[in-house]
Each structure stands twice: as structure tokens, then as C-alpha cells.
Design a binder for this molecule. Structure first.
Ligand code: HEM
Ligand SMILES: *[C@@H]1O[C@H](CO)[C@@H](O)[C@H](O)[C@H]1NC(C)=O
Ligand SMILES: *[C@@H]1O[C@H](CO)[C@@H](O)[C@H](O)[C@H]1NC(C)=O
Ligand SMILES: *[C@@H]1O[C@H](CO)[C@@H](O)[C@H](O)[C@H]1NC(C)=O
Length: 326
């Protein structure tokens, strides 16, 4: 009896001091986290996102990407939102983020609405998670439940932002490795890449592919060349949709394009190699089965949104998403 009690006390102690709870922090999150403290938070965010997306459909893509770039660097802690200051280095000037991430003003405006409703209650990290969900559903994609209660970081990592976000020149094995580092399977990597069924990409990231790669549909390459001149530096910032057929609809056209050798960036086309690649069968299946892609995408987004959240007394609730509290 005494022996059993002792084990119980030991287990509780270990639990309280957090040993072994390293990647179970998300068990402290819950869907109704703000029900009592800010009952209108979830609805306020949804309305603001629907409004922003109806003003500019691309904003839906930008908000999805913000959450991805947040979660892959230090976990989903809103580190991506912190501005550089004279004594703070954020992530906004990393290679993948600089002159590229957008949507910060939408997040700022949501945050200021929430601060006037319920000061210092709703975290910026939760706003990002909900905004990504609402953005995808506003563009006719799947909806998923978002557990809440993430807290905001007081730190950011420029170096992790440079090292841990995948790049458009990656080959299949580098893509797999980058996602494996965040505990995603190859299948989940293929699923999450379907985020590129919405949004825009700059010419600099597909120039080499449309002029020099051979695994590309020739008429598609010709059409893209009109938007993206070959000379070094020319037109580098010109934008094209990843998915020119339905640029602002969250559908499975991205996978249909890959099967047709119409992936715009090198890394995306790596997922389909004319039947010869290990991920080809999944791409082909998604190209035929939107229902399955929708379900898998929702599940993978839930998993992404649970990457290393700060909970309990860790981190803080920022009052402004761009700056750590004084
Ligand atoms: C698989 C590896 C990935 C690579 C190599 C990659 C790379 C890129 C690149 C190069 C851009 C364009 C940036 C620019 O032109 O400034 C982009 C945009 C975008 N990415 Fe990814 N990405 C990947 C995965 C993801 C994932 C997992 C998601 C979300 C689930 C995602 C969502 C988006 C969206 C929505 C945009 C368009 C944003 C906008 O129009 O504002 N990407 N990505
Ligand atoms: C993929 O890229 C990495 C990094 O550049 C390289 O080391 C590796 O050999 C490449 N793998 C294949 C299969 O091409
Ligand atoms: C991946 O899983 C391992 C083992 O459970 C864990 O230690 C690690 O923190 C996880 N990584 C991320 C980014 O969640
Ligand atoms: C295509 O390849 C050639 C030969 O390697 C190179 O000189 C040229 O810069 C490449 N063009 C683009 C647009 O990448």
C-alpha cells in the first residue's frame, strides 16, 4: 500500500514538474479555451478573415502561409509576427520570409479588436491558427477544429527560419527531411504541399524551371515565360498563381497540375515523377479524389497547429502581435 502510494506521489510530482511532458503540451489546449474569458473571440476572427478574403482573395493564401511559417520555426508561438527592433532580431528578414510573407495588417487589426473586447486574453498564436483555418474554409476548402490556449513567444529565431523552412529548389529527399524534422510523414508532406492550390509565387522561384527543366509541359512553360523573362534579374518579382486554373479556390487542381507536368515550382513537381516516384500514387489519388485530400489536409493542419505550443505559464499573451510586452 505504502509502496503504491509512493509511486502515485512520484508520478504526480514528475507530472507537475513537467518531466516527460515535452511534446504533450498540446493536451493543455482546448476548443473552448476562450468560452468564458472572451466568448466572441472565435467569431470575431472568423468575420474579419471572411471580410479580408472577400476584399482580396489572395489574402486567404497569405494567412495560411503565415501559420505554416510560424509553426515550422520554434513551434506555433507567433514568433513569425515579431518585428525587428534596435535590440531584437525577428524572423521577418529571413530568406523565406523577406518581401514575401503578407497578412500582418490583417492580424494586427484582429488583435486590436480583441484587445478592446477582452484585453490580454487571446494570444497571437491562436489568432494565426484560427485565421489559417477560416481562410481555407473561406476559399471553399475543408474546415477543421482548432484547439486553443497557445501562448506567445518572447523570442524568435532568424536562423531557424532560414534553416527549417523548405525551399522551392529542394528535391524530394530534402522535402522529406525538412518535414520529418517536424515529425511529419512523407504522406503528410505531400498533403500539406496542397496548400499551393491557392496563392501566388514570384518569377524568381520558377524561372529556372520554365526555361531549363525538361519535366514540364511545353505549352505551360511557354505561357509562363510570358510572365517571367529569362534574363537574370528581369521580372523577378512578377507574380503567378501556383495553380493558374483555379487560383483562389481551395480544390485539388494543384495535384491535377502535377500529374500533367504543370507544377510551377521545382519542389512541387518533385512530388510527381510520371509514375516513377514514391509519392506519385498519392498525388494521382488526390488528383481524382478531392474528398480524400480535404480530409487529409484538415488532419495534417491540426497536427501542424499543435507543433510545440507554449502553454501554462510559458510565454505570454502579447498585447501587440509585433512586439514582446514590456
Ligand atoms: C513543401 C515545401 C514548400 C515549399 C518549398 C514552399 C515554397 C513556397 C514559395 C517559394 C512560395 C512563394 C514565395 C514568394 O514568391 O514570395 C510559397 C507560397 C505559398 N506557400 Fe509554400 N512552400 C511549401 C510548403 C507549404 C505549405 C506546407 C503550405 C501550407 C499548408 C504552403 C502555403 C503557401 C501559400 C498559401 C503560399 C502563397 C502565399 C501568398 O500568395 O501570399 N506552402 N511557398
Ligand atoms: C537532394 O539534394 C541534396 C541537397 O542538395 C543532395 O545532397 C542530394 O544528393 C539530392 N538527392 C537526390 C536524390 O538528388
Ligand atoms: C518530434 O517527436 C520527438 C519524439 O517524440 C520529440 O522529441 C520532438 O520534440 C518532436 N518534434 C517536434 C518539432 O515536435
Ligand atoms: C539555363 O541554363 C543555362 C545553362 O546552364 C544557364 O546559363 C541559364 O542561366 C539558365 N537559365 C535560367 C533562366 O535559369
Amino acid at each position: 500500500m505504502a509502496f503504491n502510494k509512493c509511486w502515485l506521489i512520484l508520478a504526480i510530482t514528475l507530472c507537475v514538474i513537467g518531466i516527460g511532458s515535452g511534446d504533450d503540451d498540446h493536451e493543455l489546449l482546448s476548443e473552448n479555451f476562450y468560452h468564458k474569458t472572451c466568448p466572441k473571440a472565435v467569431e470575431t476572427i472568423r468575420k474579419a478573415v471572411i471580410d479580408a478574403v472577400s476584399q482580396e482573395p489572395r489574402m486567404g493564401a497569405s494567412l495560411l502561409r503565415l501559420h505554416f511559417h510560424d509553426c515550422f520555426v520554434q513551434g506555433c508561438d507567433a514568433s513569425v509576427l515579431l518585428d525587428d527592433t534596435p535590440n531584437f532580431i525577428g524572423e521577418k528578414n529571413s530568406g523565406p520570409n523577406k518581401n514575401s510573407l503578407r497578412g500582418f495588417e490583417v492580424i494586427d487589426s484582429i488583435k486590436s479588436q480583441l484587445e478592446s473586447m477582452c484585453p490580454s486574453v487571446v494570444s497571437c498564436a491562436d489568432i494565426l491558427a484560427l485565421a489559417a483555418r477560416d481562410a481555407v474554409s473561406a476559399l471553399k476548402g475543408p474546415r477543421w477544429e482548432v484547439k486553443l490556449g497557445r501562448r506567445d513567444s518572447t523570442t524568435a529565431s532568424l536562423s531557424e527560419s532560414n534553416s527549417d523552412l523548405p525551399a522551392p529548389f529542394f528535391n524530394l529527399s530534402s522535402l522529406i527531411t525538412a518535414f520529418q524534422k517536424k515529425n511529419f510523414t512523407i504522406q503528410e508532406m505531400v498533403t500539406l504541399s496542397g496548400g499551393h492550390t491557392i496563392g501566388r509565387v514570384r518569377c524568381r522561384f520558377f524561372k529556372h524551371r520554365i526555361y531549363n527543366e525538361s519535366n514540364i509541359d511545353p505549352s505551360f512553360a511557354e505561357a509562363m515565360k510570358a510572365l517571367c523573362p529569362s534574363a537574370k534579374g528581369d521580372g523577378d518579382d512578377n507574380l503567378s498563381p501556383f495553380d493558374s486554373t483555379t487560383p483562389d479556390t481551395f480544390d485539388n487542381a494543384f495535384y491535377q497540375n502535377l500529374v500533367n507536368q504543370r507544377g510551377l515550382v521545382h519542389s512541387d513537381q518533385q512530388l510527381y515523377a510520371n509514375g516513377a516516384g514514391i509519392t506519385d500514387s498519392q498525388v494521382f489519388m488526390y488528383s481524382r479524389n478531392f474528398g480524400r485530400f480535404k480530409k487529409d489536409f484538415a488532419d495534417a493542419m491540426v497536427k501542424m497547429s499543435l507543433l510545440s505550443p507554449l502553454t501554462g505559464n510559458n510565454g505570454q499573451i502579447r498585447t501587440t502581435c509585433r512586439f514582446v510586452n514590456n
